[in-house]
Design a protein around this ligand. Structure first.
Ligand code: UD1
Ligand code: CA
Length: 468
């Protein structure tokens, strides 16, 4: 079977009250339309046509990487009209799958089932029963249970409005018969639109079999028309991600309080506490523990590592059995080997840190290569920036950097050496020695601690000065 997918995305989405076209509104950090395109791509179609209209330039610009063909619908004359714009591009013999740009959680497995039902000459409809069908098209069946037509909310009688089975909008049929049915779709309704839903009655009239396939549930086919539904879809997406993570072996402190905005892969026995946010591609190996309120973006965390509360990790690679945070920040190109400890208020950027090394409190390690078994004391920083250029710092194996040290790059700290606390080190230090840079400590005889003048005393000083 050769498949052409048509995604209807030309509507303005007035009810969003937003300058951003509806299909670009973000769901889990990606535009709604991107979700639909990704799902469509996974079916291996010959082509994906996106029918665009309102805010088209903005939509195309935002989705310029997408493997789709753009089809303009200059005037939004209804869903039937939208599909008509794409049909001339689709050869007979293809199966056409119609998706909506504002129904983003549709599952590939459901679509495969629908396509399997769309055998030659038939029309396959995706429907679902919902608790509150308000606003949706209702599926009309005859006494024998066969689908006869779809009635839109505005055209439905009070009795028809009680029908719980609704049209998801998703349908599939062979191109040739679909083309013929569309020719018969008129705009003889009070909104003066070409309604795609009319093809159902037309197909039935033509004697074509119409089969309804049930979606897995209402969550999968929820359409986004306003910000309330956008939040619902986000919650459904979150729930779906949480389920997948738990099935993969992760323990979630609360499945309702995890946000996955991208692709999160977990090993066995991962634990994720509340309010963790994952962005882009993140991998947590077996036994990783993520504390509350952590943000992890585009990073890999090695087995057994503990990320404590309120840590932020972005584009970093963390080895096994490390301890990060609480309140740690790993910035792009931080690479930590095994058993590294990065403690509170420590920032690491573009730095490789060897196994068993520690920076436990209040430090900055940037543009650095740190060996193994190194200890970086509290309040020490690599001074990597001279105001114009960034310079590297190298700290060799086993070095110990005393608290409050400034390492002025470019500089190399020798293996097994010690830097005395409070030193400003601007020259390389030799291996195995203590290097320190401090002015001599002195104690001043007869020095008196300043005190506040009493008012009388102050007046006396002023009077004296005036007499001069
Ligand atoms: C549509 C269905 C309804 C179904 C519901 C499911 C019709 C007539 N009604 O109603 O039976 O229950 O979806 O969510 O099909 N679009 C265009 N060009 C247009 C009009 C719409 O591309 O001229 C696109 C929109 O961008 C959107 C999709 O088609 O992605 C659906 O349009 P919308 O206006 O949201 O239809 P609904 O009223 O939700
Ligand atoms: Ca809609």
């Amino acid at each position: 079977m050769q498949l052409s997918v048509v995604i209807l995305a030309a509507g303005q989405g007035k009810r969003m009250n937003s300058d951003l076209p509806k299909v670009l509104q973000p769901l889990a950090g990606r535009p709604l339309l991107q979700h639909v395109i990704d799902t469509a791509s996974s079916l291996g179609p010959e082509a994906i046509y996106v029918v665009y209209g309102f805010g088209g330039g903005q939509v195309q610009a935002a989705m310029s990487q997408a493997p789709v063909d753009w089809v303009p619908q200059p005037e939004q004359l209804g869903t039937g009209h939208a599909l008509m714009q794409a049909m001339p591009l689709i050869p007979d013999g293809h199966t056409v799958l119609v998706l909506y740009g504002d129904v983003p959680l549709i599952q590939a497995a459901t679509l495969r089932q629908l396509l399997a039902t769309a055998t030659a000459g038939s029309l396959a409809l995706l429907t679902v029963e919902v608790a509150d069908p308000t606003g949706y098209g209702r599926i009309m069946r005859d006494g024998a249970g066969a689908v006869r037509s779809i009635v839109e909310q505005r055209d439905a009688t009070p009795l028809q409005r009680k029908i719980a089975e609704i049209n998801t909008g998703v349908m599939a049929a062979d191109a040739a018969p679909l083309r013929a049915w569309l020719l018969d779709v008129g705009r003889n309704n009070d909104q003066r639109e070409y309604l795609l839903t009319d093809v159902v009655a037309i197909a039935v009239e033509a004697g074509a079999p119409v089969a309804a396939v049930s979606a897995s549930g209402a969550a999968e086919v929820l359409g986004v028309n306003d910000k309330i539904q956008l939040a619902q879809v986000e919650a459904n997406y979150r729930q779906q991600c949480a389920r997948e993570l738990m099935l993969a072996g992760a323990t979630l402190a609360d499945p309702a309080r995890i946000d996955v905005r991208g692709e999160l892969r977990v090993g066995r026995d991962v634990f994720i506490d509340v309010n963790a946010v994952f962005i882009g591609k993140v991998q947590l190996a077996a036994g990783v523990h993520v504390g509350p309120n952590c943000l992890i973006a585009n990073s890999r965390i090695g087995a057994g590592t503990q990320v404590h509360a309120n840590s932020v990790i972005d584009q970093a690679i963390v080895g096994e059995n490390c301890r990060i945070g609480p309140f740690a920040r790993l910035r792009p190109d931080a690479v930590l080997q095994a058993d590294v400890h990065i403690g509170n208020f420590v920032e690491v950027k573009n730095a490789e840190i060897g196994a068993h090394s520690k920076a436990n409190h209040l430090a900055y390690v940037g543009d650095a290569t740190v060996g193994s078994g190194v200890n970086i004391g509290a309040g020490s920083i690599t001074c990597n920036y001279d105001g114009a250029n960034k310079w590297p710092t190298v700290i060799e194996d086993g070095a110990s950097i005393g608290a409050g040290s400034m390492l002025v790059a470019p500089v190399r700290i020798g293996a097994g050496s010690t830097v005395g606390a409070g030193s400003t080190i601007a020259a390389n230090t030799p291996d195995g020695k203590l290097s320190l840079e401090r002015s001599k400590q002195l104690s001043v005889e007869g020095w008196q601690r300043p005190r506040k003048y009493a008012d009388a005393e102050k007046q006396e000083i002023i009077d004296k000065a005036l007499k001069k």
